[in-house]
Design a protein around this ligand. Structure first.
Ligand code: ATP
Length: 313
């Protein structure tokens, strides 16, 4: 029973009229981990999550959540699964903290409402109607509502979109604490830093399918093309430096490129000697290597390589 994944999506298809939003998507979410679902706008993330939450029925494929069917077993899943919708999903006229207290009472072992309110900075919103809260306050309340019942599994759709840096950090801390308590978290985000900070597993969705899945480190490693190592040396100098001459001083297997006029990248086995050689060569040719840095490939690099740079309509 414990070995069973928290969420298992197999061959999910979801259409809106003639538009296929999700197109044969497979996703397995392990228990007790944080999984981030990434993807360009319109990739099908929200549709997938909403299907897992039982708000939408699959047109094909199967979805199991905690071993149950999210539509047929909705009543059994409700006390075990926390949901934070992108749109809030909260009655607009309700008073903020009262609503949270009410939600807490529906659960057997709720979190302490006062400390949750304080953690998420909702203390001043007590009797304010939901519709009068700022966008960020609404988000934080929706997050509080999703977790107050101490669920086993939480779905968070873009939990930090539009939040200020303080609220974003408070949200990250809360997600980390949920994970430490053994809660399974599935979140969507456009913030690559968020996925890198929080996620044990990342699934990249594009065109309604998962096109890559793994830990952030695995994704960065596995998408290295030949000779395209994770690290590079970058510096700025005057345009048109003779990189052929520089390469003669560097070990075989090193590549050098002028990416934009005066912006250089050296790729190869990066060690202190390489850095010293590049710095010495710059001194020889009378160039101060400005902004000399060791650059590491990031999840964002991988994301852009896999999903392309075009804007999505
Ligand atoms: P975003 O990052 O912009 O939130 P997403 O990956 O969550 O995008 P979805 O919201 O799942 O993407 O949308 C997938 C596709 O389905 C999009 O082309 C969208 O326009 C379409 N779509 C989503 N909801 C509906 C709906 N209720 N009716 C018709 N089309 C829809």
């Amino acid at each position: 029973m414990e070995a069973e994944p928290a969420v298992e999506v197999v061959g999910l298809v979801k259409r809106y009229g003639r538009k296929t939003a999700v197109d044969g998507l497979d996703l397995t979410v392990g228990r007790g981990a944080v999984t981030a679902v990434l993807g360009p706008n319109g990739a099908g993330k929200t549709t997938t999550i909403e299907t897992c939450e039982g708000y939408r029925r699959p047109d094909a494929g199967t979805v199991r959540v905690l071993g149950l069917d999210p539509v047929a077993d909705a009543a059994r899943l409700r006390p075990r699964v926390g949901v934070m919708l992108q749109s809030g999903g909260v009655y607009a006229g309700a008073r903020a903290v009262e609503m949270l207290q009410h939600t807490a009472k529906l659960h057997a072992r709720p979190l302490d409402v006062d400390s949750l309110v304080e953690r998420l900075g909702l203390g001043s919103c007590g009797r304010t109607a939901y519709r009068r809260l700022s966008g960020g306050q609404q988000q934080r309340l929706a997050l509080a509502m999703a977790v107050v019942g101490r669920p086993e599994l939480v779905f968070l759709d873009e939990p930090t979109a539009g939040l200020d840096p303080q609220a974003r950090r408070a949200t990250w801390d809360l997600v980390r604490d949920l994970r430490a308590d053994g809660v399974t978290v599935v979140l969507t985000t456009h913030a690559m830093e968020e996925a890198e900070q929080l996620a044990d597993q990342v699934a990249i969705v594009d065109g309604g399918r998962v096109i890559a899945q793994g830990s952030p480190a695995e994704l960065v490693r596995s998408n290295e093309s030949a000779g395209d190592t994770q690290e590079a040396l970058r510096f700025d100098g005057r345009p048109g430096l003779d990189l052929g001459a520089l390469l003669k001083a560097l070990p075989d297997g090193t590549a050098a490129a002028e990416l934009a006029p005066g912006s250089y990248r050296i790729r190869g086995p990066l060690d202190p000697q390489l850095l010293a050689t590049v710095a010495a060569w710059c001194a020889q040719v009378g160039v101060l290597p400005d902004r000399l840095t060791v650059e590491r490939r990031s999840l964002e690099d991988v994301f852009l390589e896999l999903t392309g740079r075009e804007l999505r309509s």
